[in-house]
Design a protein around this ligand. Sequence first.
Ligand SMILES: Cc1ncc(COP(=O)(O)O)c(C=O)c1O
Length: 378
Amino acid sequence: MTTDLNLTELELRAIGAELNLADGHPRQDLTKSQCDVVAQFPDLFWFSRQQIFSEIERKAQTAFLTALGQHMAPVQAGRVYSVYSSSVATMVLANALRGHRVAMLHPTFDNIHAILSKVVPVMSMSESEIAEIRFSDEVDKQATCLFITTPNNPTGWVLTQSALEGLCCYCLRKGKVLCLDVSFRGFDIRAQFDHYAVLERTGVEYVLVEDTGKLWPLQELKLGFLAVSEGFREKVHHCLSDVLLTVSPFLLQLVEVFSLDGAAGGFERLHALIAENRKMIVDALDGFEDIKVPDCDARISVCRLQLPTSLQAEKAYKFLTSRGVHVLPCRQFYWERPEDGARLIRIALARNKKVVAEFLSQFSMVLPNIRETRASGR
Ligand SMILES: Cc1ncc(COP(=O)(O)O)c(C=O)c1O
């Protein structure tokens, strides 16, 4: 049963499949300027061997974070730690949070919940509760840490600057730590206001998980970063030392060069591709009243489709999978109430347009099945 498997297990089934629109990893063709960088890999490799590690790391972190609007990032203060992926960052963070009680966003990518809940007690909070800074009694009274994914995967919901300011004040007043997973911020300029300026100004204790891994189709050559407030530096530093000496200076070098390319127009081209792919799906489903694209204003590299019933969603998922077309069911994102995601499937958009077009052609064969199921009342 797909409901027993986690999202990564389902994504694994899609690796090497005919049509993989399951994982949120970037699989589109490289742009011309990205190909030019790949052609320079040998030079970058030898260059990175000759540099001082701390210099390479500082330059990579600065290039990446400033390309995404994060000018006040605590790079200079030595409070950004490099890791091999955002999941590794979350694992380190979970260990640094031992003894805390964490309120985390529901729904969100299931591995965040899986990692945290093995180490700390976890309770849920919704996007609207966060936006309005109006929490359940349980969260308000018992949580010592809030963990928020912004932009959120799979919904594309974004924490606004004024909501972040309000949250910082709330956390400061209540003595709570604020943790943000901003892995998808590269897709959405609404998530690129200077978070660190807000966090540092208010003085809240914070940890941010940053991620290069959703942006560039580099065959999983990627890094995560943990950016922390002064009060969390020692804990995170120590927990990180349990698992890692340093990341690869070559990879840091790649992150710097791809960030510079992103800032010089690469991110705009990426945004255009994602917007075109999303529009292709929205346009194709225009006229099918029963099938909704619930997050029309989302900018991240995934798109949810809502089917009329959970049975139809399950049938559509199975039909597509049987034809080698892989997407994700959404129950697993709803780690507390899986039924809330039962009518939804998620389509990855960081793909070539022809992959999305092929998905739509396969999906069009599902539509008569949907009507048939409805007609017979099953
Ligand atoms: C919001 C979010 N954070 C972290 C991750 C984990 O990323 P990775 O598999 O590169 O560690 C994911 C995966 O999709 C995600 O959606």
